[in-house]
Design a binder for this molecule. Structure first.
Ligand code: ZN
Ligand code: FE
Ligand code: FE
Length: 175
């Protein structure tokens, strides 16, 4: 029979795997970005993500365990989609909007996982662990919000402008 503690530790191993994958994926997303503020956002979240790996190791240690990772098929799929979106939009003004969308899917996955982990730590009376998980959760939410802001303030408009000039060009050609 699985206990809540088993479920907690399995989910922790899942997110530990995910964070390690993201340490590898974020530099590629930064490199694919053409907008400087977007590239900086990916780079700064990479640093936070490296910190998440360490924080998750601290949580394992609080439970007297060595950190272990468990393959997370969801993050593998999300990273695959991010790669595909980057490839499909490469060299196009839609690239940054596509990277933001892919990045936000990842953040939402992390937010969901850390939300559950934090609640499960709390109900087990592991308040110090709940605090660590809350710190990570807040950084994931901030990363998500920063991507929304970049989309609204810059990247979506840049993609749309190109769209409009492309349509104008089509109309000139048709005339
Ligand atoms: Zn993270
Ligand atoms: Fe997972
Ligand atoms: Fe994240």
């Amino acid at each position: 029979m699985k206990t809540l503690k088993d479920l907690f530790l399995d989910s922790l191993a899942d997110i530990y795997y995910a964070e390690q994958q993201l340490v590898r994926a974020l530099p590629k997303m930064a490199k694919a970005a053409t907008d400087d503020p977007l590239r900086e956002a990916f780079e700064s979240h990479l640093k936070e993500t490296q910190g998440h790996v360490t924080k998750v190791e601290r949580v394992f240690a609080q439970f007297g365990q060595k950190a272990r990772s468990k393959k997370c098929p969801a993050i593998v799929g999300l990273v695959e989609e991010a790669d595909a979106m980057a490839a499909e939009n490469k060299g196009s003004p839609t690239i940054d909007a596509a990277l933001i969308a892919a990045g936000q899917k990842v953040e939402h996955y992390e937010i969901a996982t850390y939300g559950s982990l934090k609640e499960w730590a709390g109900i087990q009376g592991e308040d110090a662990v709940a605090d660590i998980l809350e710190e990570i959760l807040e950084q994931e939410k901030a990363a998500d919000a920063a991507l929304s802001e970049l989309a609204r303030s810059r990247c979506n408009a840049a993609a749309q402008e190109q769209n409009e000039s492309g349509e104008a060009e089509d109309q000139r050609r048709a005339a």
